[in-house]
Design a binder for this molecule. Structure first.
Ligand code: SAM
Length: 699
């Protein structure tokens, strides 16, 4: 109850206190009482306008501000407030008038310039929006929000050079700002910067070097552009000629110089190389180094020790996928005997060996390396990566709870695959700001909008089929979330647990088991995410039904399913593998990859060799050797949603939605599956990764 106040002044004071404390109900009541006593009390009218704006009573707010403006027409703040109200009411032209008036009254009014830029953006007047933001930068040169806003407008307009330059400007203001970094990385990930790297080689290489040194980004995002600085421009043909000839790469001065470049080391250590040219280069140079390892040559090779260690990390990453000749196999056996029988550690020999074999698999050597102290940080890191981390994972396996025994035959086979090759192997993930899930969700389903009774303030989250935890690396940023993660494969779970704990998050409830066993779970979830999993079950619909039963009525679920159309080429290769009776051993994977790589005039092979999943053993197994794979189409998804009474909320990929909107401008929410079906027919590669989309239960 509001206490009684005797004088108007007491009421004004109390109302203001309530306003400041965001007790808008009490503040509103008091201000109304004041107006009854003093109908033209200017401050009261203004505060009521603000309260109505905060509580979204926009018409009332507008009325109050207009009344105040009559009393004080030259007040810049009031004009700005009215601009905001008209903006929210959807009357953008009027909002522009008010913002402009505010700026005329106060030419240094930064908020009004920013609001004006939003209004211009809203009506597609992008040049005007940019000019307004540039005025802020003129007044306040380091205003990050304005610099980034300009970068984004240019990016959306596909004016990549301008966008890039503004992002560089933003990075100079604050290289550690997470939002700046992540937005910039998104541009780098989705754009070919080939011509820009020629125009601004120094600036761009420096930016990449900066990113390569960070451990809280996903370095795969920069690989395609960062690789342009390794032998790409003028040197590529020269290098290509050498590796096709009998000449040695290690005899070439240019190449030798590159092998001592920190940039190249960091690329090898942090990015999975998805590039046939670079793969061939690295395969040949690895071979030269191994076959050249005579006592006489050791002295020269020692100059490249850091390169060799970095290469060993790359080979660990791709799970020793590079092709080995018989000559190498023989030399490797010799080297293995030498290292194992050696009483001391020869760092060069161990590093070369580690380019071919996982050190952890050699007990005696591992024990010696665990006791050994190197002066070379990179060597220590290699031992950490290849011996200490796998040991940690073995320990973590003991801490993961099992629910029910896995008995389904398909699940057992699938588990076996992921025990041998946990997927996907990853090293670093991007940090993002912790935020309420609704914020993320709004972006995921945009342009669809959905109001929920669920405010996701303390969400229960289930990640079904979490694999090695790459997916979890995003989920941990949902504010106040209780996360459970289940998977069939204990190796994958241990990898996930180690990686997520290294990021500093220790609250996930990891469970080993089959989605089929979740039938008996008592908990219900606000959010369920199951990406790339159901299509590996014997009966995906059965799995989905179980998950839907675990979903709260106001919860949401994200699915990722293979597309029949987009995977046409994969299916052809899978058929070929079956016909030729090729098994899924590492040797066979290397064999089929060579066949694909060496027949680039075959369009099918060429396409497969460009697939994102062609460049590590677990990726290739997942791509073309999977023990179980179902594929879906948009009509089949539509039927499933009808049968299970689910509402389609939208695909999550913003780039596909942008393209779709151009093709189907009338479907403002991007949710009409019949249109999506036509869209996929027109652009069959759209879902080459997967269909990834959000659903909820129908009310
Ligand atoms: C392709 S991986 C995807 C991993 C993860 N969702 C991601 O997007 O990175 C598929 C994962 O699903 C798991 N999986 C497949 N069938 C499952 C089932 N019936 N129950 C639990 N996990 C399953 C596998 O063990 C594997 O780790």
């Amino acid at each position: 109850m509001t206490p009684d106040y005797n004088t108007v002044n007491e009421k004004i004071f109390a109302a203001l206190e309530n306003f400041k404390a965001k007790n808008f109900i009490d503040a509103e009541k008091l201000y109304k009482e004041i107006l009854e006593l003093k109908p033209n009390h200017y401050e009261t009218i203004c505060y009521l306008g603000l309260i109505y704006a905060q509580t979204k009573k926009l018409d009332l707010s507008c009325k109050m501000f207009l009344k105040a403006l009559k009393m004080n027409p030259e007040n810049a703040g009031l004009n700005n407030n009215l601009g905001n109200i008209f903006f929210e009411l959807g009357n953008i032209e009027k909002s522009i008038d008010y913002f402009q008036k505010a700026i005329k009254i106060d030419p240094k009014f930064i908020d009004a310039y920013f609001n004006l830029s939003l209004a211009f953006k809203n009506v597609g007047k992008l040049d005007e929006a940019i000019n307004s933001l540039k005025k802020i930068i003129f007044l306040k040169p380091n205003d990050l929000k304005s610099i980034i806003s300009i970068a984004i407008i240019y990016q959306n307009e596909e004016k990549i050079e301008q966008s890039f330059l503004y992002f560089i400007k933003a990075m100079k203001v604050d290289p550690n700002d997470l939002e700046t970094r992540n937005l910039f990385l998104e541009l780098i990930k989705t754009t070919n910067l080939h011509s820009l790297t020629k125009k601004y080689p120094k600036e761009i290489k420096n930016i990449f070097l900066f990113f390569l040194k960070q451990n809280n980004i996903n370095h795969d995002d920069i690989f395609n552009n960062a690789k342009l600085f390794i032998y790409f421009h003028q040197d590529k043909e020269k290098v290509e000629r050498i590796y096709k000839s009998q000449e040695l790469l290690l005899d070439n001065d240019n190449i030798k110089q590159n092998l001592t470049d920190e940039y190249f080391y960091l690329m090898l250590q942090k990015c999975l190389f998805r590039d046939i040219f670079l793969e061939n280069f690295l395969t040949k140079i690895r071979r030269e180094i191994l076959l050249d390892l005579s006592d006489k040559k050791k002295k020269i090779l020692k100059n490249y020790l850091n390169f060799i260690i970095s290469l060993s990390q790359q080979c660990f990453f791709n799970e020793y996928l590079f092709f080995e000749t018989n000559e190498e196999k023989k030399a490797l056996l010799k080297l293995e005997n030498k290292i194992i029988n050696n009483n001391s550690i020869d760092e060069l020999e161990v590093a070369i060996f580690a380019c071919y074999k996982l050190l952890n698999e050699f007990q005696t050597l591992s024990n010696s390396l665990l006791k050994y102290r190197s002066k070379n940080i990179l060597f220590t890191e290699m031992v950490n990566l290849q011996i200490i981390e796998p040991l940690k994972e073995n320990d973590l396996k003991k801490t993961i709870k099992s629910i029910e025994k896995i008995s389904n035959q398909t699940s057992l086979k699938v588990r076996e695959q992921y025990e041998q090759n946990p997927y996907p192997r990853w090293r670093y993930a991007k940090s993002i700001k912790i935020a309420n899930f609704s914020d993320k969700f709004k972006k995921e389903i945009f342009p669809n909008k959905k109001d929920f009774i669920n405010n996701f303030s303390n969400p229960n989250v289930l990640i079904a089929g979490c694999g090695t935890g790459k997916h979890l690396a995003h989920t941990i940023y949902y504010e106040n979330a209780n996360i459970s993660a289940i998977d069939l494969s204990l190796s994958s779970l241990a990898y996930a647990k180690r990686m997520i704990e290294e990021i500093g998050y220790e609250k996930i409830n990891f469970l080993k088991g089959d989605i089929l066993s979740l039938k008996n779970l008592n908990t219900k979830f606000d959010i369920i995410e199951c990406v790339g999993v159901l299509h590996h079950m014997e009966k995906p619909i059965e799995g989905l039904e179980i998950l839907i039963n675990l979903l709260k009525s106001n919860g949401v679920i994200k699915l990722g399913l293979y597309s029949e159309l987009a995977r046409g080429d994969v299916v052809k290769i899978r058929d070929l593998i079956k016909k030729e009776g090729i098994n899924n051993s590492l040797e066979s994977i290397r064999y089929i990859r060579e066949k694909v790589k060496n027949n680039s005039d075959n369009s099918l092979f060429k396409k497969i060799s460009m697939n994102y999943d062609f460049f590590s053993t677990s990726n290739v197994r997942d791509l073309i050797f999977h023990v179980k794979e179902h594929r879906f189409s948009i009509p089949s998804i539509k039927k499933i949603l009808n049968d299970l009474k689910l509402e389609f909320l939208g695909f999550s990929n913003p780039y596909i939605k942008k393209k779709y909107s151009i093709n189907f401008p009338d479907d403002k929410k991007n949710i009409l599956l019949d249109n999506w079906q036509k869209f996929e027919q027109k652009y069959p590669d759209s879902f080459y990764d997967m269909y990834q989309f959000w659903l909820k239960k129908l009310n």
